[in-house]
Design a protein. Sequence first.
Length: 459
Amino acid sequence: MISQLIQPEIKDLLEKRQFAELKEALLEWTPADIADLFLIMEQNERALLFRLLPKELAADVFEYFEFDTQMELIKSLGHEEVAAVLNEMSPDDRTALFEEMPSSVVKQMIAILSPDERKIAQRLLGYPENSVGRLMTPDYLAIKADWTVEQTLDYIRENGKDSETLNIIYVVDDKGKLIDDIKIREFLLSPLDKKVSDLMDENFAYLGVNDDQEMAIEVFKKYDRIALPVIDLAGVLVGIVTIDDILDVVEEETTEDIQKIAAVQTFDEAYSEISVVKMIKKRAGWLSILFLSEMLTTTAMGFFEHEISKAVVLALFIPLIISSGGNSGSQAATLVVRALSLGDVKLKDWFFVLRREIITGLMLGAVLASIGFLRISLWQAVGDVYGQNWFLIALTVGCSLVGVVTWGTLMGSMLPLVMKKLGFDPATSSAPFVATLVDVTGVVIYFTVALLVLGDLLK
């Protein structure tokens, strides 16, 4: 991140119209730092500053901007300037930009591309949404098995500038089918007359062009690669996906899961950029559903109105009981959702999860029950708060806590698995949703235990 102390110097060069000095200064910066500079400049200065950059550097800087900043620049630049930037952009980053645009605008943007880039853009956009095909770039190096190391190195020198990465070189047959991938160091450390086929082990990982992007994350994690080849249904190498694009997907998927866990519809914009009206729309739906669900808690309490009137002291512990169940359920739901996301737990492991969470719930319930029993005992010893039946009340609270916490833990752990089995996102079983469900059942468990323990006192 650049220091904002640099900004006055740049602004001074802008005001004095010393464009040559300004351009020279910016050429020494990285694209990421120039992008940071743009964000702290005045809006009317950004286009002027952007026009000073060489087209290749301008395209690199443009790729670092958020969508709103990109659109702002597109609107302020001329037709030819926009075309130059779009043609120089990496195909995968350009596809990501087009995905956010309205279809009518995308058509206009594609129309100003060069014939070669237009063909690439249309092909990438033709793949299903959220597929690996939308992430890949066709900028890679592919060689033949009968080449020598010397031929390969000459080819890399001649064509490597346009490749997304040079860490991995791909080997294809005469039909373009992927048959191996080889690390660049193998070529650098091998004799020049050695054949590529002698370096091959035909052991390689790959992605399918129609594979889901979430699945690609798991493949990258499994094989610890910075890039993976992408093949079509016939096995032909059509592109590569690099780790920077996968990290963007990871961030997006994690953000969506966190928002769903919090019972919020996923945002299409950053929190700092979304309008208050949109924020309300995204949150009001779930809050309304949760509010209506909580009404069931009131209904459940209505069934035990007589018992409450006989022992008003029971009402004091209702928030304690239902919040403990809701909290345990929220914990379990969050842990299981994350475990499913990481692949640590599968649907087939449901019984393992069930058994573990029952034991966990009972133990956690016992801990809270002990604390609750001790609290009632101390208050009774200090001020005779709960009367002569204090022990039965403490026993009721303790047993209820064990039951409610165990039930909450069980519901929180099983609901994400049920959602996944039904084909829904497990994160939809949000913590607030689980807590609300447990609130209703918690009241029932509490007063059922109270009837069993207190017996005649509630008649």
